[in-house]
Design a protein around this ligand. Structure first.
Ligand code: GLP
Length: 266
């Protein structure tokens, strides 16, 4: 894992935007894995700014989102499709049919299962994901892979944990139906990406971040599976990094990496 600790949440967003633009510049038909949640909003804002100032075009980019709530329409105010359209897709030149969010409106198990299989097949057809953006849940989930999810899991139906339902309650109106199920890429699906970039900001994420980076490899912390990925970058602000035992070591590594990049091995 490459652990990068930056002064602020804004720096985390700028760093992530640089990584996305680098992938788009390097590939003829880039494939991005995208995430929802509050954390990547600043990244998407920055990508829109770079698109508007003609620093990047998404014309040839394909995207796959991690997850979607089961049982609400794409057009629902709280669907992840609506989130992505609002925060990114509608503001850039990506071709709408090249943006993929799991189709999860159905309440029929067979239809949802088929939708999950089709999602996996579409990722394969696109040539796999070049860079997967991730956030992390308070309980260490990635996508909607809750604690005890198999490290080998693929896109499937997942029941949300109580902690996740409570954390996401703020987005739903009082008395409004709040889904307890989601269709999510599996941990195995995420690990198949060529590279992953997990963003975490704020003190509330510090425990989960510590468990992911320094805890044992454990299904109790789904994000710890990223320890198995050969190209996983974890980019943190100071608050999210505050509980790391080896914080100074990661900063030292980053300094050495920069020096090496400049041809200095001292
Ligand atoms: C949701 C999403 C995750 C996201 C998590 C954390 O549960 N399914 O992909 O990482 O929320 O969101 P936030 O960034 O708002 O803390």
């Amino acid at each position: 894992m490459q652990v990068i600790i930056l002064p602020s949440a804004r720096d985390v967003a700028l760093y992530a935007a640089d990584c996305v633009v680098d992938v788009i510049d390097a590939r003829t038909n880039p494939v991005l894995g995208l995430a929802t949640g509050s954390t990547p909003i600043a990244l998407y804002k920055e990508l829109v700014v770079r698109y508007q100032s003609k620093q990047v075009s998404f014309r040839h980019t394909t995207s796959f989102n991690l997850d979607e709530y089961i049982g609400i329409a794409d057009s629902h105010e709280q669907s992840y499709r609506t989130f992505m359209n609002r925060h990114l897709f509608d503001a850039i030149d990506i071709i709408a049919t090249n943006t993929h969010v799991p189709l999860a409106e159905s309440q029929d198990a067979g239809t949802l299962k088929k939708s999950a299989q089709d999602y996996e097949a579409s990722i394969q057809q696109a040539g796999g994901i070049d860079l997967q953006i991730l956030g992390i849940g308070l309980n260490g989930h990635i996508g909607f892979n809750e604690p005890t999810s198999s490290f080998a899991s693929r896109t499937r139906i997942k029941t949300l944990s109580e902690s996740t339902v409570i954390a996401n309650k703020r987005f739903f109106k009082d008395g409004e139906f709040q889904p307890h199920l989601a269709l999510t890429m599996g941990i195995g699906t995420i690990l198949d990406s060529n590279a992953v970039l997990l963003m975490a900001t704020g003190k509330a994420k510090a425990e989960a971040v510590k468990a992911m980076i320094e805890g044992p490899l454990s299904a109790m912390c789904p994000a710890s599976a990223l320890q198995l990925h050969e190209a996983a970058t974890i980019v943190l602000d100071e608050e999210a990094a505050s509980l790391l035992a080896l914080k100074e070591y990661y900063q030292w590594c980053e300094q050495k990496r920069q020096q090496l990049h400049e041809g200095n091995v001292s």
